[in-house]
Unconditional design. Structure first.
Length: 357
């Protein structure tokens, strides 16, 4: 998709703000994309509905029109945040989980890096999270037994196909980082000492994927290692600088990326893309932040970086780097929203980054 998107006359971007602060950070990302001017094809933004709030009004969280538009009308997309309730709501199911599945956005790629001169610890890693399986298939049952009373069960799906697919993506990213001078390493995260069938399959499939391409093994370019997930969390906090590319099943990858965000100051800084072979959708890692939604104080940087990451995946690496450079310069200059301990508003951050572009 990367090179296919190059040379477009216009870039049609589906915008799905969804819930909470998603509605503030997506307009911020839009302004930054517009500020790139002729460095990218003229962006055309198409608002698309989804989310829990949409569900409460219309009875569906992901309208078919949104799926159709994503499949037929746009070149790429940005997603804000979804505020799924923690209790079961009849008829509701997470739209972001469904979108990832319907569009086969099988990888959630989450770079986490500190800023030299600003953060005390040098963190520079990428979490590659499998995005379509694991417990997220949402096959849960509730029964009642005499012995236990209520009994809830969930099916956890791990397939060789999806695990190899995410493995290939992780090896590709590790190789491109090796070529860019990173001390390349790929860490496979699992819990196969306990879940030897499911996590065992994930582990063995990622390792098998690594054997498919001689480039991934040549000259020991990519050092492959593995970590049991609990020990991974411990090491991530103790020595985050030891990690480069981390590949994990869906749920572990989700948890690890919030932990990694803590190492660089805030979830408000961490971007991601949901990537498949033919489509890419940027998405800040943070959620809806209902406590600050609507106050104009949310940190827009994760969404802005997600837009940059989306451009990078489409092949527009120069403009993507321009955005990242502007963000880093502004952070070094000392601009801080509340999550970082400052008082800057969303508008102040966007305007400052815009000015640098
Ligand atoms: N942008 C990330 C996000 O929206 N996080 C919240 C989340 O994933 N909630 C679970 C869900 O509703 O699917």
């Amino acid at each position: 998709r990367g090179s296919a998107a190059l040379g477009l006359k216009k870039l049609r971007i589906g915008m799905i703000p969804a819930d909470g602060v998603g509605r503030e950070v997506l307009p911020a990302a839009q302004r930054i994309l517009e500020a790139l001017g002729s460095r990218i094809p003229k962006p055309e933004f198409e608002h698309l509905d989804a989310g829990f709030e949409f569900f409460t009004r219309h009875g569906e969280a992901l309208p078919q029109e949104t799926v159709d538009a994503m499949q037929n009308d746009v070149d790429c997309a940005l997603f804000g945040a979804v505020g799924s309730p923690t209790r079961k709501v009849t008829g509701y199911s997470s739209p972001i989980v469904a979108l990832r599945k319907k569009l086969n956005l099988y990888a959630n790629v989450r770079p986490v890096h500190s800023i030299t001169g600003l953060d005390p610890r040098p963190v520079d890693l990428v979490i590659v999270r499998e995005n379509t399986e694991c417990l997220y298939i949402k096959q849960e049952t509730l029964t009642t037994t005499e012995e236990n009373g209520k009994e809830a069960r969930a099916t956890r799906l791990i397939t060789e196909r999806a695990s190899k697919q995410i493995g290939r993506m992780a090896f590709r990213i590790a190789l491109s980082r090796a070529r860019a001078g990173h001390p390349a390493g790929l860490t496979i995260v699992h819990k196969s000492n306990v879940l030897s069938t499911t996590d065992g399959l994930f582990r063995e499939s990622v390792l098998a994927a690594g054997k498919e391409n001689p480039e991934w093994q040549d000259e020991g370019k990519i050092q492959v290692s593995e970590q049991i997930v609990d020990s991974m969390v411990y090491r991530l906090f103790r020595e985050p600088e030891a990690f480069d590319v981390i590949v994990a099943p869906n749920l572990y990858g989700d948890i690890l990326s919030d932990a990694a965000a803590a190492m660089v100051g805030s979830l408000g800084l961490v971007a991601s893309v949901n990537a498949g072979d033919t489509f890419v959708m940027g998405e800040p890692v943070h959620g809806t932040a209902p406590d600050i939604a609507g106050l104009g104080i949310v940190n827009p940087i994760a969404a802005i970086r997600s837009a940059a990451l989306m451009l990078h995946h489409l092949g527009y690496t120069g403009p993507a780097q321009d955005i990242e450079r502007a963000v880093v310069e502004e952070l070094r200059e000392g601009i801080k929203t509340r999550d970082l301990g400052g008082k800057a508003s969303t508008e102040e951050v966007v305007a400052a980054i815009e000015k640098r572009l």
